[in-house]
Design a protein around this ligand. Sequence first.
Ligand SMILES: Cc1cc2nc3c(=O)[nH]c(=O)nc-3n(C[C@H](O)[C@H](O)[C@H](O)COP(=O)(O)OP(=O)(O)OC[C@H]3O[C@@H](n4cnc5c(N)ncnc54)[C@H](O)[C@@H]3O)c2cc1C
Length: 329
Amino acid sequence: MDHTNPVSDLAIVGGGPAGLFAAFYAGLRSLEARVFEALPFLGGQVAALYPEKTIFDVGGLPGVRGADLVSALERQARFGTPDIRTSEPVTSLEAHRGGFLLQTSQGTYQARAVIIAVGVGAFTPRPLGVPEVDRWEGRGILHTVSHVASYAGRHVLVVGGGDSALDWASELAEAGATTTLVHRREAFRAVESSLHRAERAGVHIRRSTVVDNLEGTDRPERARIRHLPTEKTEEVALDAVVLSLGFVADLSAVRAWGLPLEGRHIPVAPDRMAVTPGIYAIGDAVLYPGKLPLIASAFSEAALAVNAAATFLDPRAHLHADHSTSIAR
Ligand SMILES: Cc1cc2nc3c(=O)[nH]c(=O)nc-3n(C[C@H](O)[C@H](O)[C@H](O)COP(=O)(O)OP(=O)(O)OC[C@H]3O[C@@H](n4cnc5c(N)ncnc54)[C@H](O)[C@@H]3O)c2cc1C
C-alpha cells in the first residue's frame, strides 16, 4: 500500500459547495485539508446540473450564475492552500492508527479527521454509448465548458435534451461557435425559454437524432449523426463535443464505509455535524431535524464541522474560529 502521501489534518470527501466551503474554513482554522472529488471538475450539483442557472438565495448575492458561484467558491477554498484532487473518487474509508485511511482511484491517503460532503453521491457522467468517447475524454470530449469564448469560430456538437444542453448550446452559439445540438427525442425536457434562446442564437437543432460515431485522430473531428424517423445520416465537422446527458449519482461507496445511513442520508447531530468521533458529514448528504437542502445551509454546516474537527484534533483549540475579519492578509 502506498503511504507516501503526507498525512493531512482533514480529508474532505466531495468538492461540491459543502466540501469547497469546508476547505476554505479549514484554511481559516490553519488545518491542512485534502479534498477529493469524483468528477473532473468542482462544484457538485451546481456545476454538473445547473451551471447556467441563476441562484437567488445565497446571502449577499442577489443573483449569481451557478458557474460563477462555483469559481468564487473554488477561489475561496484555496485560501489555506488545500490539496484539491479532482477525478479521484474515494472508494474506501477506514479507521487506521488513531486516524483514517482513504483509498481512492489514484492511491491511499491518511487523514486525522474526515468530513463527508458527498451530496447525493459520486457523480459520473451518463455515457454516450459511442466507444471513441473514452479515448478523447478531456481532449475534445467535454461535460462543461470553462472558456466559452475560446470556441468562437469553431464547431461544437452538444448532445442532450435538458436545460443544461440547451444552455450550453446557446452560450456557445452566442459566443460565435457553429453549434449543433443533437437530442434523441422529439421533445426537450427543458423550460420553453431555454429552447427559444437556442433558436434565437442560431443553434442547429436536430431532434429525434442520435450520434452513431465519432472520428478523428488526437481529438474528435467529425460526427456521423442519424435522424431516427428517416434513418437519414449527416456528417458534422467538429472541434469539440459537449456531452450534456446528465449524471448518475452513486452512493454505493459511502454505503460500504459502514456509516449509519437513513435512506440516502447520514444522520448527524446538528451542533457539530458529527457521525462518529473524527468523522463529520455536511451538505445534502446529511439528515437532522430541520435540515434544509440548500447551499446556504451547507456553508453553515461546513463551519460547524470544521470547528468540531479542530477541537477533535487539538482539544485545546477553541470551538469557534475568530471572525474572518480578524485575519490580516
Ligand atoms: C436543479 C437544481 C437547482 C437547485 N437550485 C438551488 C438554489 O437555487 N439554491 C440552493 O441553495 N440550492 C439549490 N439546489 C440544491 C444545491 O445544489 C445543493 O443543496 C448543493 O449542491 C449541496 O451541496 P453538497 O456539496 O452537499 O453536494 P453536491 O453539490 O451534490 O456535491 C457533492 C460532490 O461530492 C462528490 N462525491 C460524492 N461521492 C464522492 C466520493 N466517494 N469521492 C469523491 N467525491 C464524491 C460528487 O461527485 C459531488 O460533486 C439545487 C439543486 C438542483 C438539482
